[in-house]
Design a protein around this ligand. Structure first.
Ligand SMILES: *Cc1c(COP(=O)(O)O)cnc(C)c1O
Length: 363
């Protein structure tokens, strides 16, 4: 059986290793495994969300509300944007896919940094587009502008804060890139971790209202990270209505399940959980920075819910990630991105204690 030739250039996305794998391979009890690999919320499921999911358990036979009226109204309030500027996806991942299919084809070019969210490349390759990358892993205006002039990319991806490195690009720099873009270039601002960046430093806060001023930019957000709904798959895109109308043509019916909608609605009504998440994160991230300083480990300044530890000795990232895994601790090895580094999701105080102890054993 042959498939589209565009598939030959695609490496299947590798998600963070699941707890079950460590249980199977190393015989470690599931409750002993510490998963700090997928940037999930260390506080677990918000009890208010769990309650909302239970309350909808007997609605499984009905299709969900495809207008997503209530969730859109809540997002519209939260971001002070009109409802017709919002699209909801099964994770913001699905909106990235809509963008690819709506805007790109085999003649298209996309521009992104050297090391960024792997799905941008995968969705672009699915439709045969050409990938151009800036030289640095950081988002640098002085690298984006000449490449935008040279390649006239159809889509530019700005991931801020950036996954998997954790650095961010400032509000002013983002606007500079949008303003330099050709009107036919769609600039995607992926704010999956924006709550963390905005909490850390106001200069990195990008609001959907900043983006709505432009006819060629779209802001993406998700409930998967600060809101703790990774398992429910809900994300959103915000852009001028002409863009939203185009993306909506790519949306399958009922793309958000009844339980996921109930979860996102309940999560939107509760700010306490996010505040707690950010407070815990601030305090625990400091421990990671201090630990790295004490141990002489390099770091990339983190604006997210994870931190990247960078090593000098060649091969250290793989050796250390493997050693941690044998002790039941899952982190993300960034060697496949060309970085001698590991990405660690900042966990609960207890999880972080275990990580530090295991890291001392592993180095
Ligand atoms: C987690 C993440 C997303 C979206 O995740 P969903 O769960 O699909 O909403 C998007 N972009 C980046 C950079 C991410 O890390």
């Amino acid at each position: 059986m042959t498939f589209n030739a565009t598939l030959d250039a695609i490496k299947t996305y590798e998600a963070g290793k699941p707890i079950e794998l460590v249980v199977r391979e190393f015989g470690i009890a599931p409750e002993e495994v510490v998963k700090l690999a997928s940037n999930e919320n260390p506080l677990g499921t918000n009890p208010i969300v769990a309650q909302a999911i239970r309350e909808h358990a007997d609605k499984a036979h009905l299709y969900p509300d495809d207008s997503m009226f209530e969730l859109k109204a809540l997002l519209s309030q939260r971001f002070a944007v009109p409802e017709e500027t919002i699209i909801i996806g099964a994770g913001s991942d699905q909106i990235l896919e809509f963008i690819s299919r709506a805007k790109l084809n085999a003649e298209s070019t996309v521009l992104m940094t050297q090391v960024t969210f792997a799905m941008y490349e995968i969705y672009a390759r699915q439709v045969g587009a050409t990938i151009v990358r800036t030289p640095s892993y950081e988002h640098r205006v002085d690298e984006f502008l000449p490449l935008m002039a040279e390649h006239a990319p159809d889509v530019v991806y700005l991931c801020t804060p950036n996954n998997p490195t954790g650095d961010a690009i400032g509000h002013d720099e983002v606007l500079q890139i949008i303003e330099a873009a050709d009107p036919e270039t769609l600039v995607v601002i992926d704010g999956a971790y924006m709550e963390y960046a905005a909490d850390k430093d106001e200069r990195y806060r990008i609001e959907p209202t900043d983006i709505l001023r432009y006819p060629n930019a779209v802001y993406l957000g998700t409930f998967s990270k600060a809101y703790g709904l990774g398992g429910m798959r809900v994300g959103y895109g915000i852009a001028q209505s002409a863009i939203i109308q185009a993306l909506s043509k790519m949306r399958p019916p009922f793309n958000i399940s009844t339980l996921s909608l109930a979860a996102a609605i309940a999560a939107s009504k509760d700010s306490v959980f996010v505040d707690k998440t950010l407070a815990l994160h601030r305090e625990q991230l400091e421990r990671y920075v201090a630990f790295a300083e004490e141990q002489g480990i390099g770091t990339i300044e983190s604006y997210t819910n994870f931190i990247t530890y960078v090593f000098d000795t060649p091969g250290a990232a793989t050796r250390i990630a493997d050693a941690l895994l044998r002790q039941g601790i899952i982190v993300r090895n960034l060697s496949s991105y060309g970085l001698n580094a590991i990405r660690i999701t900042v966990g609960t105080p207890e999880q972080n204690d275990r990580l530090f102890a295991a890291l001392l054993e592993s180095m």
